[in-house]
Design a protein around this ligand. Structure first.
Ligand SMILES: *[C@@H]1O[C@H](CO)[C@@H](O)[C@H](O)[C@H]1NC(C)=O
Ligand SMILES: *[C@@H]1O[C@H](CO)[C@@H](O)[C@H](O)[C@H]1NC(C)=O
Length: 190
């Protein structure tokens, strides 16, 4: 086995333990995003319905609150309920980098080493949103994805449709985790 393969396997192993989804090669370059995305209509509260495993997301009942802070810039307040009953919140910023491609935004949280991608693949602003992020890491790429809803639930048919959209974006939807949004579970400890 070549040294580069050893490095690659070690990297894969160490990153697998931190529950990230890593795939060989570069990020796919043909991922379609929401046409005519309007960030001002995107603000407000969203419930996390399904997600790819992410090392920084360990709880359930996750919500994201977006507030327009200046044109093309939104403040983010992410909140989740941890196993031990405490609420974990984190503040961040999402912004439009290129007005020609407003759905291809970037995100930054204080614990991140550098900004990440925040691409809106699809949203109708009032019902659902599909978020996608891909980061090249040498010989592999890291994938993140979320299906969000304005309500704590999303119909099965809508979910199937959005999973189809993620599949078209080369996401293996079998790896998606359902986020517990059961109102009794989520409110009992709040
Ligand atoms: C729950 O766990 C988090 C993360 O490990 C920790 O920061 C927090 O203090 C804990 N809260 C309680 C009430 O034990
Ligand atoms: C976090 O976001 C909330 C809601 O937008 C805001 O009220 C709060 O001041 C922010 N905290 C920090 C430290 O930025």
């Amino acid at each position: 086995m070549k040294a580069s393969q050893v490095v690659c396997l070690t990297l894969l192993y160490s990153l697998t333990v931190s529950a990230q989804v890593l795939k060989p090669g570069k990020c796919p370059d043909n991922v379609a995003v929401q046409a005519d995305f309007d960030v001002t209509k995107y603000v407000g509260k969203w419930y996390d319905i399904e997600r790819l495993p992410a090392s920084f997301q360990n709880g359930e009942c996750a919500t994201a609150l977006y507030t327009l802070t200046s044109p093309g810039v939104i403040g983010v307040l992410n909140s989740e309920l941890l196993d031990n009953g405490s609420i974990h919140t984190v503040n961040g910023t999402v912004w439009v980098t290129d007005p020609e491609e407003p759905a291809k935004m970037e995100v930054f949280f204080s614990e991140m080493a550098f900004p990440g991608k925040y691409w809106v693949l699809s949203t109708d602003y009032v019902g659902h949103a599909v978020i996608y992020s891909c980061q090249d890491l040498g010989q592999v790429h890291e994938l993140l994805a979320w299906i969000l809803s304005r309500e704590p639930t999303l119909s099965k048919s809508k979910l199937e449709q959005l999973n189809g959209l993620l599949t078209a974006a080369h996401v293996n939807v079998d790896e998606m985790i359902v986020t517990n949004q059961d109102p009794i579970y989520c409110s009992a400890k709040h």
